[in-house]
Design a protein around this ligand. Sequence first.
Ligand SMILES: [Ca+2]
Ligand SMILES: [Ca+2]
Ligand SMILES: [Ca+2]
Ligand SMILES: [Ca+2]
Length: 574
Amino acid sequence: MSRARSTQIVSTAPATGRTLAAPILALSSLFAWGSFGAEAAALARDSETARGDAESIRLEDADRSVETSFDGALEVDVANPAGMSIPIPDVVGGYASDRVILKLAPGVEVVDGDWSLARGGEISEEARLAFSQANVLSISPLFRRGFANPDLAAEIGLDRYRLLEVPTGSDVPGIVVSLQAALGAVQGAIQGVVQGVVQGVGPGLVELVEADGIGGVAGDAPNDPMFHLQWALENTGQVAGGVAGLPGADVSALEAWSRTTGGGGVVVAVLDSGINPHPEFADRILPGLNVPDDNDQTNDVCASHGTAVSGVLAAAGDDGLGIAGMDWTMLLIPIVVVDPCSGPESHVAEALVFATDAGADIANMSLQYYAGTSALRDAVLYAHAAGVLMVAASGNNSANALAYPAAWPETIAVGASTNLDGRWSSSNTGEGISLVAPGLSIQTTNGFSGHSSRTGTSFAAPHVSGTASLMLSVDPWLDADSIRQTIEGTTLDLPPSGYDQFTGFGRLDAGAAVMAVRAPGDFNDDGRVDGVDLSTLLALWGECPPGGSCLADIDRDGRVDGIDLSILLGRWTG
Ligand SMILES: [Ca+2]
Ligand SMILES: [Ca+2]
Ligand SMILES: [Ca+2]
Ligand SMILES: [Ca+2]
């Protein structure tokens, strides 16, 4: 079984002639578990799958080399013959390395000191040998306390489940496949090819063999001591602005965090008054720029405005300190554009070009300007063309006109909402506003180590930027336009019905937006990256059709190729 771990894939795409060698954690799941690997590979080779655009796969290890082409349904079954190929043992999302689950076929008993199975008094030598090879330590009923309704349990077959204990660290995926073959599993999570392989091999002593997955409790609220004040993230009816809130009128941060609290090094430029090295994010502040002073001094120069914006974006969550931000791991580029609290628009333009050139994924602009200069306009176009997602405050003037740069269509214009899911009264409105997000009495970071409550569209915008950052941590190849479409498409509509100039598409729902992101390689959005997705990728191999959808182009470079295959394999879950 260790042989499978050293199996290598050499994959040649006929369309391009390119050859790539990919690390093959995934292929050990795909084709080769113990002796079963040869059968699986043979099956792949012998099946009728060759197509002009199919991928050619050669499997190699120390003493075997199997070349095969496949495209469609075949590897769906071969890839996952046991209905599981979870790659990592003993972690949440992985499998238990010391447990294997059997469901006995009707009429089969465990006999002989737990070392074999029998039907009608006939003891199976295959089972005895298979258990011995798997180093099975014990076999016991899985449901240890019996059933209050034994008839129902028997109808479902719960009474036929057995737990096999094996040594910790066992190759459970390999054992599952071996036992399926030896014991003649007649039913598995995935049938078809598996049945074809094992038919006539085993005596049909079990219905299924499976690994035991490991999970855990779903996300509790983080332990930040001020989290109970953060109505924007979890509204339990907290008072804000003297008014008790509407429970649930929040961005559903807990739902978003159940999927991700950040990761992948997303970079957010904060065009603002600077960022103090507050302990909530001090270790994640990258070198920045002070535009007015033309130097690299980026401590906050305006009553902690930029520091407060950064807390909403990026305060570390569940660290026992203060508050939780939207994305707990994002990197911040501080760019000072004001001195101390105001300055020319062109400084923002400079800052935007600097942010773009520094590789920012997102530019948060909790700013309001009124001229709409061509210099800033063109800097917005520069950033947009470079793929920077721009998020801007709508402004705090009670005006029916959006501030700049929010007024330009390339930016996401964010107004402020209240803890009652209404528009904050001073939040600017106007055609082109994208959405609203919490902006009233927002608990955030202040000074060099403190916290305070802030109000305004400045503190609404970073809820949106932080949501975008979480989305990028799920899929780093998301482009700015699709992030925007998802954020705008998952809002909670606020009155009046439909898009309106007061609250745009509605109030931000970070949970829905993050959940809407498909994980890279999970083309059918079933939460797994497995043989089904691999089939999709191989079937779509080559240039993307012009104007058409290109589902399998994970890195969005216009073609489905070895890069996309590598990404998929790297994210294999089975
Ligand atoms: Ca914290
Ligand atoms: Ca509306
Ligand atoms: Ca999938
Ligand atoms: Ca691609």
